[in-house]
Design a protein around this ligand. Sequence first.
Ligand code: CMP
Length: 139
Amino acid sequence: MTERTFSIIKPDATRRNITGKVNAVIEGAGLRIVAQRRIHMTRAQAERFYEVHKERPFFGELVDFMISAPVVVQVLQGPNAVAKYREVMGATNPAQAAEGTIRKLYAESVGENSVHGSDSEENAKLEIAQFFSETDIVG
Ligand code: CMP
């Protein structure tokens, strides 16, 4: 079933100028980038985005990292896009990520792991709505 998921290319990747390399892996896996914008997140945006993690010990570090440089927010579309993109990203910890995944190829650590992808279709809808309006998305 055609689905949409939300993706962020994180500051460690924009800093290294490898957003094109990340997009090549996304497109190579058959996912279509149907909306994309480069932004510098405010602290309020990052805190809202990661609100589910606010009690975690790494929350402060995570927010500081996400606002440390620009990010690229994206909407990806394709068959089973949520699960497909999680497969393409690889495990959160790059040391555990499978060969050929974005995090195996490019991530630097569990915190600075190059990309974010939604973990469910429900969250995908909420995350997309935080950064895009329906008219920004051209499928
Ligand atoms: P993400 O998919 O963006 O969602 C939550 C993020 O928290 C996760 O990717 C990691 O980048 C980050 N994270 C998870 N565990 C840790 C950790 N132990 N230390 C720092 N950041 C973490």
